[in-house]
Design a binder for this molecule. Structure first.
Ligand SMILES: Cc1cc2nc3c(=O)[nH]c(=O)nc-3n(C[C@H](O)[C@H](O)[C@H](O)COP(=O)(O)OP(=O)(O)OC[C@H]3O[C@@H](n4cnc5c(N)ncnc54)[C@H](O)[C@@H]3O)c2cc1C
Length: 431
């Protein structure tokens, strides 16, 4: 069950610049486009529609309440599983190349928006690193460098010594860097998007859950508790936080809870040897190991758990040990913040783009790589809203397909972590 009450006690909520002032919707209004969800997808869509179309954005809670205010902030211009050749095998040559170009350019889009709209302390484009956790995984790294490099992404293979120098860790066997990647302050970035969209004319209402969508001839009525919006087009930008607003949508993906945590600020001396270039990294494990700094020198990492029992204490110990294994020079790890959020996972780890009814658009399935992708999907959704043919969208538009046994799959989704941990270890033992 997703708690919809308030912003989590995250380092991002505690350290972000203040949001623009917003209020609940308390009247009946008309507009061309209504966007439901105030995260990267919804606000990027609003920004890409302005200034000629001024949409209304409805957010259940505060801006960035969903995954956009809770994530690790790694800006990654790739998908979590499929690389370019697989994308082409799945989508065909023409659509596949369009999808690849969308993903390749997605990180730069994030940082271009940050620079263009002067978003305060929102991001650092200094590259994203993926270290290999076993010698065998260097083959995957080499494949990624080749396939993404051939498609124009600026990438470099990092031999073990180079990786050690750039990360300050001997724990990995080499890796690669995507130079257009980097990190965002997730909440500063989502609030920056809200400010930019609002300056171009978007009207953003918070604490205004969309409660129902009613089709009335050629337009839609979106009802909130104390108001309504009449619009001809709708973007559902609710992702893992999707509720029952649109029939079956919630059952087309699996929401997976993952945890984030931030240390107290590390000393200057430690920071000189742990990720000295402030790069963000996430490795090749199925049970991902990842870390990045916030602006004050806190290391932000996290993990998933199979069971919720005594979560915070178990996580502090587990992730603390992981950090010490990767960076022994860090010493005792003291945690300052811990929070969690939900990811939307699809069964094939590919994103989905849907036209739910004429004029009603959505995408889902970030599979853990949604900072850059949601921003790029905002631009895609804005084009569709403007009337672009679905054939020209850079992702195939597909019908809704619910996950068979959705209730059970959701309940037991986190047990797959066990398999991932076993295969991570097996790989190390085999090599
Ligand atoms: C813990 C965690 C770590 C992550 N780390 C990374 C990372 O390092 N790098 C990366 O690329 N990706 C990461 N992701 C994924 C990334 O954060 C998401 O893909 C991205 O933020 C999704 O943005 P969004 O706008 O589509 O959805 P969200 O930000 O989830 O926004 C959906 C919004 O819709 C609102 N909503 C829902 N129902 C209604 C309704 N009926 N009416 C009005 N509003 C409604 C919700 O309140 C919510 O604010 C992470 C995700 C999590 C949870």
């Amino acid at each position: 069950m997703i708690d919809k009450s308030s912003l989590p006690d995250s380092v991002w909520a505690a350290t972000a610049p203040l949001p623009i002032e917003t209020y609940p919707l308390e009247e009946d209004i008309s507009t061309e486009v209504v966007i439901i969800g105030g995260g990267y997808t919804g606000l990027s869509t609003a920004l890409h529609l302005g200034p000629d179309i001024c949409p209304v954005v409805l957010e259940s809670n505060d801006i960035g309440y969903g995954a956009s205010g809770r994530n690790n902030g790694l800006v990654i211009p790739t998908l979590s599983k499929a690389d370019p050749e697989e994308i082409i095998r799945t989508y065909g040559k023409e659509k596949g190349e369009q999808t690849i170009a969308l993903i390749r350019d997605s990180a730069s889009l994030v940082f271009d928006l940050i620079r263009k709209h002067n978003m305060e302390k929102a991001g650092e484009q200094n590259g994203w690193i993926q270290p290999a956790h076993s010698p065998g995984r260097m083959k995957l790294v080499e494949k990624r460098v080749k396939e993404w490099g051939d498609r124009g992404l600026k990438v470099d293979l990092l031999e073990r010594e180079q990786l050690e120098k750039i990360t300050g860790s001997k724990a990995w066997f080499g890796g690669w860097i995507a130079h257009e990647g980097g990190t965002v302050h997730p909440m500063a970035y989502v609030r920056g998007l809200a400010k930019a969209a609002s300056s171009l004319g978007a009207k953003i209402y918070t604490n205004s859950p969309a409660l129902s969508l009613i089709c009335d001839n050629d337009h839609w009525i979106v009802k909130t508790e104390n108001g309504s919006v009449k619009a001809s087009r709708i973007v559902l930008a609710t992702n893992a936080y999707t509720d029952d607003l649109w029939p079956r949508l919630r059952r087309t993906f699996v929401p997976v809870k993952t945890w984030q945590m931030a240390t107290k600020p590390l000393s200057d001396n430690v920071r000189k040897t742990v990720l000295p270039g402030r790069h963000g990294l996430s490795d090749t494990r199925g049970d991902l190991e990842f870390a990045r700094y916030d602006w004050d020198g806190r290391l932000v990492s996290g993990a998933s758990l199979i069971f919720d029992f005594n979560s915070e204490e178990r996580l502090k110990e587990h992730v603390g040990k992981r950090l010490q294994k990767n960076f022994p020079q860090i010493g005792e790890v003291e945690w300052e913040f811990i929070w969690n959020g939900f990811l939307s996972m699809t069964t094939d780890y590919l994103p989905r783009l849907h036209v739910l009814a004429p004029g009603v658009f959505t995408w889902l399935g970030c599979n853990g790589r949604g900072v850059a992708l949601s921003t790029a999907m905002g631009a895609v959704l804005a084009d569709l809203v403007r009337g672009q043919s679905i054939n020209d969208a850079p992702l195939p538009v597909t019908d809704l397909k619910t996950v068979p046994g959705h209730g059970l799959v959701t309940r037991f989704a986190r047990t797959s972590l066990l398999n991932r941990r076993i295969s991570d270890r097996k790989e190390l033992n085999l090599e």
